[in-house]
Write a protein that binds this ligand. Structure first.
Ligand SMILES: [Zn+2]
Length: 314
């Protein structure tokens, strides 16, 4: 048996002293979630934490952010800022001894705004002239070979770049609840490519892909990739084989109906693990799973699950 040695950080003590018991702690990533003091005491005027755990802190990266009030109340930034505002002078002094050269550039990098490449062309807005070019036809043929319909193109504002940093890539943008771009995925449409995906630098674990389009009141699908998500009605991609804590809690707190997990056939064990992780508390009995056959992914099936069993497991 092997065991991973986790480095203990004395910053944890300071954080727990100020913010109370964490709701979640991933010591490998250095990530903790707490009830947000701004949401709880300033906004809701409660006497104790609101039990939501919306404040995410990363003591390895020295950053924090509240998923609810970051934009409205500026609840994001460096740990120094968090401790200065919510801790005592003693906390701050202890922290500055532990982290004397906290790097502000790290924070700027993480919170840098994502923008679509300037060469981005939305298929739905392409001019007649452009549609006649070989560049357009190449991208368009790829889209059609992947069974992507005009309806999907419009709904997801799918486009492409034929030049620039994202040359020869299909782009699927992601918009947050306010409709602001927060991410995009860029997949090559060339047969032989060194890099199938080339996505912008962003904190993937804090992004809910196209949250704008998710209706939490309806049946929800959980899939692996953005390309899978466009084929199902109301699907959220994990952008990988594992769910982020942020997405997990988002689903736990918001999903009101059936939740169906459909991962690629090679990820059945991951899918089962996710099933058990989700099927608890108030979600108990509402989680379902689909096992895809062979090497077919959701896009191959054109999102048609006819003949597949949507089941619950032990
Ligand atoms: Zn907050």
């Amino acid at each position: 048996m092997t065991s991973q040695k986790v480095e203990y950080s004395p910053v944890i003590d300071i954080l727990e002293d100020i913010l109370g018991d964490p709701r979640m702690h991933n010591d490998y990533k250095g990530q903790m979630t707490f009830d947000c003091p701004v949401c709880s005491y300033e906004i809701k005027e409660l006497d104790s934490g609101d039990g939501k755990g919306n404040l995410e802190v990363n003591y390895k990266l020295n950053v924090f952010k509240c998923w609810v009030c970051a934009e409205s109340h500026g609840t994001h930034g460096s740990l120094y800022k968090l401790i200065r505002k919510h801790g005592t002078p003693k906390h701050l002094k202890k922290f500055t001894i532990l982290r004397p050269d906290e790097d502000e550039s790290v924070i700027k990098r993480i919170y840098r705004q994502v923008r679509l490449p300037k060469e981005f062309i939305s298929f739905k807005d392409a001019s007649m002239g452009l549609k006649l070019t070989p560049q357009f036809k190449q991208a368009w043929n790829y889209i059609k070979s992947r069974n992507i319909t005009d309806e999907m193109i419009n709904k997801f504002n799918i486009g492409f770049c034929y030049q620039g940093e994202y040359e020869n890539r299909i782009i699927i943008p992601s918009y947050d609840v306010e409709g602001d771009l927060n991410y995009f995925i860029a997949r090559s449409y060339l047969q032989n490519t060194r890099l199938k995906y080339k996505n912008p630098e962003a904190q993937k674990e804090i992004i809910i892909f196209n949250e704008k389009l998710i209706d939490w009141e309806q049946d929800l699908y959980i899939v692996e990739g953005a390309f899978d998500s466009i084929f199902l009605n109301n699907a959220v991609p994990m952008l990988g084989k594992f769910i982020s804590d942020h997405l997990y809690f988002k689903i736990y707190d918001n999903a009101k109906k059936k939740i169906t997990i459909i991962l690629d056939p090679d990820a059945w064990n991951d899918a089962e693990r996710l099933y058990h992780k989700l099927n608890c508390g108030k979600l108990m009995g509402r989680v379902y799973i689909v096992k895809l056959e062979g090497n077919k992914d959701i896009a191959d099936l054109k999102g048609d699950l006819t003949g597949y069993q949507i089941k619950q497991i032990d």
